[in-house]
Design a binder for this molecule. Structure first.
Ligand code: SF4
Length: 430
């Protein structure tokens, strides 16, 4: 049996106080402050009522136009580059395989999640369409323009999947349907499958069914927090936000019933104060239900209520990434793993040779999400640098090269005999 020794993991280099994990006590969000009255509910944008003119790049120096879904959507910077509507290049990535769309309104998301750049409390400082989300800007574009570009040649599109991300807004259920119909009117969902990143707080079972009937392939629920206490602290009453663990689970169970095995999943953020044991138990629960887990490494998003807190130490992140992959795709069980008194994995319950083989494929350390056209365990949703800077990659948006695997094994404290890695080796090669 293999045995990891977190107590030996580079003290002082990894997390708060030299710890190689983010403890619950440390990960306390700030309390939100009420924005001035004129800034609430998109007040500035509505008052100026500037007309949009095609693509809008987030820019805090001009008045944000009055754009709204379903006519307008936001899309990730990676998707805008891949679509060819924005100039630029990404470190070590030619394109993204997932066209991530986000509903948009002057009022923005009405929730206040502590780790999120789109949260309501930011009304005081940035208009909605100017806010950063998972570390990047999200340009706004007319939905028709996106559909027209992709519909020119869907079979040869770089995109292996399209995803509509809902936000918490009274119109988001209806507008998701309209955006979905707009897409499927010109693009066959069998050619580019569709995922829905849902907003359970405004949804019922009938909404889930309708999206399935209209051609959505996979339905995901962003639990984000791994335990009920963390959920409440970061997405519920703790930050004056409307979400509840109970409602999220209701919709997740609806998705299991309606979309079926392998066609539903949950997003989970690693390192917000849960233990590795707790998060891997949740991963296993999802596997037993027939679903998948999509992992994100906590990153202190600028402007969020958690931007003063430490990013997830890479030691913790790698252990959870590997544990999740073993549970999700290799038949591993939590009961065969061993954990220390802090809930850290000290043994994955598999022979070392088998673990080495799995680590060497690198797939466990790639971005996790809904699959594309390469393999069931390779996510189309590669979210380049959505949870880390390129200088310290958490989720690899490409197949890790040899130098990346040496770095990963060093972070896991599972180096091969004689193998070395110096911080920055991976940057020198590219
Ligand atoms: S519901 Fe989603 S978009 Fe809205 S604040 Fe929470 S995490 Fe951000």
């Amino acid at each position: 049996m293999s045995c990891l020794k977190p107590e030996n993991a580079t003290p002082g280099k990894t997390g708060p106080g030299g710890l190689d994990f983010n403890p619950f006590e440390v990960m306390e969000p700030r309390s939100p402050v009420l924005p001035p009255k004129e800034a609430r509910n998109g007040g500035r944008v509505k008052a100026a009522d500037a007309r949009p003119a095609g693509l809008y790049l987030p820019n805090n120096n001009i008045q944000t136009p009055n754009m709204t879904s379903p006519e307008y959507v936001q899309l990730s910077t990676a998707a805008a580059l891949t679509l060819g509507i924005m100039p630029g290049k990404m470190h070590r990535c030619g394109c993204t395989r997932c066209l991530n769309l986000l509903l948009t309104y002057p009022e923005g998301c009405r929730a206040n999640c502590a780790y999120c750049g789109l949260a309501r409390h930011r009304e005081a400082e940035r208009d909605y369409a100017d806010r950063n989300f998972i570390r990047v800007d999200w340009p706004s574009v007319p939905m028709d323009q996106i559909v027209d570009i992709v519909a020119q040649d869907p079979e040869n599109s770089p995109f292996h999947r399209m995803c509509i991300s809902m936000i918490t807004h009274p119109r988001s259920d209806d507008d998701t349907v309209t955006v979905l119909k707009n897409w499927t009117s010109k693009i066959d969902p069998a050619t580019i499958p569709i995922s829905i990143l849902s907003n359970p707080t405004t949804m019922g079972r009938a909404n889930v069914q309708e999206l399935r009937d209209l051609g959505a392939d996979i339905f995901t629920v962003a639990l984000d927090a791994a335990t009920p206490a963390l959920f409440d602290r970061t997405r519920g009453k703790g930050v004056q936000s409307p979400h509840t663990w109970k409602k999220y689970w209701e919709v997740l169970l609806d998705a299991r019933d309606i979309f079926g095995k392998e066609k539903f999943g949950a997003h989970i953020i690693v390192g917000m104060g849960e233990t590795e044991f707790e998060i891997l138990q949740l991963v296993e629960q999802l596997v037993e239900m027939g679903g998948h887990s999509h992992m994100f490494c906590f990153y202190p998003e600028k402007g969020s209520l958690m931007d003063h807190l430490p990013a997830t130490p890479r030691d913790q992140w790698r252990r959870v990434q590997l544990g999740r992959y073993l549970l999700d795709y290799c038949g591993a069980k939590v009961k065969h793993m061993k954990f220390d008194s802090e809930g850290r994995v000290i043994d994955f319950g598999l022979p070392r040779a088998e673990l080495d083989m799995i680590i060497d494929t690198g797939i466990a350390f790639r971005t996790s999400g809904c699959p594309g056209k390469f393999a069931e365990d390779i996510s189309a949703c590669d979210r380049p640098y959505g949870d880390s800077p390129p200088s310290d990659i958490a989720s690899y948006p490409f197949a890790p090269a040899d130098v990346d695997l040496r770095r990963i094994r060093a972070q896991l404290d599972m180096q091969k005999p004689g193998e070395t890695y110096e911080e920055g080796d991976d940057l020198e090669d590219y």
